[in-house]
Design a protein. Structure first.
Length: 531
């Protein structure tokens, strides 16, 4: 015998037999599937996750992009085919997908320059850090609104029979299309590294797989799906009409959580901290989605049986057919991307040293540019003049010059008390604090700052998160210490191999480095002769 009345949360309306608070991905992302189909989709979802891991292990950018961008969205498209939509409902679904692709592509093109500049600000402090986080959060607010936009537009512009399941499908399809097109555009830069990426650490690939391939699409389905369910909700009576506002509240909470998460991406934190935050948000999104759908399906004027009959396909798909269809599409897309990479990637140039050794980012002092003098006269340094390809900002510690041409990037010329630390300790401490997951590429030989011997390091960082425009960032830090005052020249921006097309070969890997030498050697300590 049953021990007592069952809890109202013990039987999830979207997957009968499951508890509402059970974080089942299949029952949450693909509600009202018959039991046979649920098993097939569980197997297919496992194949998606295994493919992401395999693509990360192989380090083939074309395969990784196809698996990360198309994994869950392609599975959701196969789910929509099982729902037997036809007529006006199918037209609305197709319109949602078209709007989502258009919004995502336009958003990426418009916001790309801003995102690239944000990730190129090196060793930020004070006002620079505030601007970085503010602009990145602003981009995320727009992204969250765009994910919800297709469902809102279609609901306003169309009439007809309404059910929360239909609204969920339309909203989720539009939101996933926005997320997928944005992911493709953001990750497309990874194809420039060649057929195989030997430089990026495996851990970065795995983190990218979790964030872009799993957490982002789950959040997109949850936010846009709840919005669609709220807009299409058809209450059985006036008493249950309040459920719509519960759904709206859930969508708002998820959108705010997404914005908070983007703030964590912009913050100086380790990659594992960020991936843990993304996983936590995805879990919250799944639970809120399940609760919202449960309330909506239970409170509608149509019965669950009618909704299930509407959603049930004529024949449940076999796991073999579902998985094979997914694999074929992903492999075809990956083959196309790999072919594109092979056709557009130039072979690596080889140089014999000597005589083609290049030179470190050193140069003659800037003699015609304006000079920054620190409060109290502790040091002075020249910086780019107005009208050049730089946007310059000045604070008490030094100068930040954002490179607005070419590959973009930024350099920071500033000073801090050394407090007994040597140049190498100072440089590595600063690098580890600001870019905790960066990897040292090489030490810069014979580093001079203001013609004072010091220490220099070149490092690489592969930024993660939703709003990332470049797949690899090159960081240069050069420090010299004199009279317990450390003078630092730092630069960061998109990595690019420099060769014959951009002057003498150099391992700097940063276009900005070709111009920064004259500023590095314009540093002067208190008492040094001025230029």
């Amino acid at each position: 015998m049953n021990g007592g009345p069952r809890s109202p949360l013990s039987d999830y309306a979207g997957a009968p037999g499951e508890h509402v608070l059970l974080p089942s991905l299949v029952g949450s992302l693909f509600p009202l599937l018959p039991p046979g189909s649920r098993r097939a989709f569980r197997i297919a979802l496992a194949v998606v996750l295994l493919t992401l891991v395999a693509a990360a292990a192989l380090r083939v950018p074309g395969l990784f992009l196809a698996a990360a961008a198309l994994g869950i969205p392609l599975l959701f498209a196969q789910y929509l085919r099982q729902l037997n939509w036809h007529g006006a409902q199918r037209v609305r679904l197709e319109a949602a997908v078209a709007l989502g692709i258009g919004f995502g592509t336009a958003f990426t093109l418009i916001s790309g320059a801003l995102v690239a500049q944000n990730y190129s600000i090196p060793l930020e402090s004070g006002v620079a850090a505030v601007q970085l986080r503010t602009s990145d959060i602003g981009v995320s607010v727009v992204a969250a609104l765009l994910v919800m936009a297709p469902a809102v537009i279609i609901r306003v512009c169309s009439e007809g029979k309404r059910t929360s399941l239909c609204g969920f499908a339309i909203g989720a399809a539009g939101g996933l299309s926005v997320a997928t097109s944005t992911t493709v555009a953001r990750m497309f830069a990874q194809l420039s590294v060649g057929l195989v990426d030997h430089d990026q650490p495996l851990s970065d690939f795995l983190i990218d797989a979790v964030i872009r391939g799993v957490a982002v699409p789950i959040s997109a389905v949850a936010v846009s799906g709840i919005v669609g369910a709220a807009l299409w909700y058809n209450p059985a009576d006036s008493r249950r009409a309040k459920i719509r506002w519960v759904l709206v509240l859930g969508a708002v909470l998820l959108a705010m959580t997404h914005v908070w998460l983007s703030g964590q991406d912009a913050a100086v934190a380790s990659q594992w901290t960020k991936v843990a935050a993304h996983c936590a948000v995805a879990l919250i999104a799944v639970l809120l989605l399940r609760l919202g759908l449960h309330l909506a399906l239970s409170g509608e004027s149509v019965s669950l049986g009618e909704a299930a009959r509407t959603a049930e396909p004529p024949k449940a798909p076999s796991a073999v057919r579902l998985v094979s269809t997914w694999i074929v599409v992903v492999v075809v897309c990956a083959a196309g991307l790999v072919g594109l990479t092979a056709a557009t990637t130039e072979p690596t140039e080889r140089y014999l040293c000597p005589p083609n050794c290049g030179s470190p980012p050193l140069g003659r002092p800037a003699v015609i540019n304006p000079v920054f003098t620190a409060p109290g006269g502790a040091f002075a340094v020249s910086y780019p003049a107005p009208g050049t390809a730089y946007s310059v900002s000045i604070d008490d510690a030094g100068v930040t010059a954002e490179f607005t041409s070419g590959d973009t990037g930024a350099m920071r010329l500033f000073g801090e008390p050394a407090r007994g630390r040597g140049a190498k300790d100072f440089a590595m401490s600063m690098l580890n604090d600001r870019y905790p997951d960066s990897r040292v590429a090489y030490e810069i030989p014979n580093t001079l700052v203001g013609y004072q011997p010091g220490y220099g390091v070149a490092a690489d960082d592969w930024p993660d998160g939703d709003n990332v425009a470049s797949s690899r960032i090159r960081i240069l830090v050069m420090v010299a210490v004199k009279d317990d005052m450390a003078l630092i020249a730092a630069a960061a921006g998109p990595y690019r191999q420099l060769g014959s097309d951009s002057g003498p070969p150099t391992g700097a890997g940063l276009e900005l480095a070709l111009d920064m030498g004259k500023y590095v050697n314009s540093f002067r300590w208190r008492g040094d002769p001025m230029f």
